[in-house]
Design a protein around this ligand. Structure first.
Ligand SMILES: [Zn+2]
Length: 395
């Protein structure tokens, strides 16, 4: 058994949290000097425990044990970038947890049949260029390289990432045997269920649509109520319908987060509205059914699908390891679906992957008030360490 060190974890977490911290929150935006500073801290810290740091073609950092060439790596980690004025835990917790797990495994001298790697993925948040899970998409060959280079300009050059290196980045997947990610919960489910940890079972499938409503723009004063065709009224009914359609299905969520109203003038009746639609549920069929119901209810609207994610199932074997480790340590844990994107969710389609969520007393996410207790964080680190130890010794 490898016992994790509270002192070391707390001290590393504090060092990382000091980078990019200001009054409003944490600002380590991807491809920025502050993310670069966090990456330098990561490399120094990993090197100090005997790991060797490599960079892949997408710009992610991999800190590997000295037997890196022996075969595919047992990997754990997360991301160092944050949202603007983001929280201290999102991403950072998973990276520090992985470093601590590696340090305690190496310190214990436990037998290993596979190399161990701690990974710091670049640009998970996608906050600057709308390129979330950049690195894991590159790793799995799903990154639209032309598109990202167009929207990002020369930002990736800060880490020496080029079109050629991006094209090569999917080769790194051959080195990945499996992946574990510790992450702060982004809601209040674990608090409500009195669980310290959640083990992800599914990544909720999601669809995003652009829905357009046509009316007739006209003068807000001279057009009688009877003569109007106000596009915003249909759009408003649509927003209410989205709420109803989601509430009627357990585990489903639906949001209209954006509306563009034309002509967008106080003195004009809205002639055209483009609304966004985001729907997620535990099963793909539920997402499809929600969209179908909305389309049937608004036959006059034009629906265009903008993106979809089929979701993912996390690996049952890795999940069982994590639950066994939690039980052996007396840590209350339960299944927890993830409704947000994560690198582990992208990787789950290609390699056995698992996520451990840590209870977040405020339930807040992507803001400075996001939180986790030291005890819960250490519980996650210990469970991760025990599971990784078992995997390193296995066939
Ligand atoms: Zn995250």
């Amino acid at each position: 058994m490898s016992e994790v060190s509270r002192e070391r974890f707390v001290s590393w977490f504090g060092e990382l949290a000091a980078i990019g911290h200001s009054e409003g929150g944490w600002n380590r935006l991807a491809w920025s000097p502050l993310e670069a500073e966090a990456r330098a801290w990561f490399s120094r810290t990993a090197t100090s425990i005997g790991l060797e740091v490599q960079q892949d073609g997408a710009g992610s950092l991999w800190a590997v044990t000295d037997d890196a060439d022996r075969g595919p790596w047992v990997c754990t980690g997360s991301h160092l970038d944050t949202q603007p004025d983001g929280g201290a835990y999102d991403g950072a917790l998973g990276v520090v947890a992985a470093l601590e797990a590696a340090a305690s495994v190496l310190e214990s001298g436990a037998g290993r049949r596979h190399p161990l790697a701690v990974v710091a993925f670049v640009d998970e948040e996608g906050a600057r260029f709308r390129t979330p899970t950049f690195a894991s998409l590159a790793l799995t060959g799903r990154l639209n390289i032309d598109h990202v280079l167009e929207v990002m300009g020369d930002a990736p050059a800060i880490y020496g990432v080029t079109r050629d290196s991006l094209a090569q980045s999917r080769r790194q997947l051959d080195r990945v045997r499996c992946f574990y990610e510790v992450h702060v919960e982004q809601g209040r489910s674990l608090v409500d269920r009195e669980l310290a940890l959640g083990v992800a079972d599914v990544l909720a499938p999601r669809q995003r649509w652009r829905v357009e409503f046509a009316g007739e723009a006209n003068h807000a004063g001279t057009t009688a109520m009877l003569d109007r065709r106000d596009a915003l009224l249909d759009a408003a009914r649509f927003a209410l319908a989205v709420d109803e359609v989601a509430r009627a299905r357990p585990g489903a969520v639906g949001t209209v987060g954006r509306m563009e109203i034309s002509p967008g003038s106080t003195n004009s009746i809205p002639g055209h509205v483009a609304a966004s639609l985001d729907v997620r549920a535990l099963e793909l069929e539920t997402v499809d059914a929600m969209v179908e119901e909305l389309r049937a209810g608004f036959p006059g609207a034009a629906f265009g699908r903008e993106s979809h994610n089929e979701g993912a199932r996390f690996d049952d074997r890795l999940r069982a390891q994590l639950f066994a480790a939690a039980e052996a340590r007396g840590i209350p844990a339960g299944d927890l679906p993830s409704y947000a994107g994560h690198d582990a969710g992208i990787l789950a389609g290609k390699r056995p992957s698992a996520m451990v969520f840590v209870r977040n007393p405020t339930g807040a996410s992507h803001v400075a008030t996001e939180s986790a207790s030291e005890g819960d964080c250490l519980a996650a680190v210990q469970v991760l360490t025990d599971a990784v130890c078992g995997e390193l010794a296995g066939d």
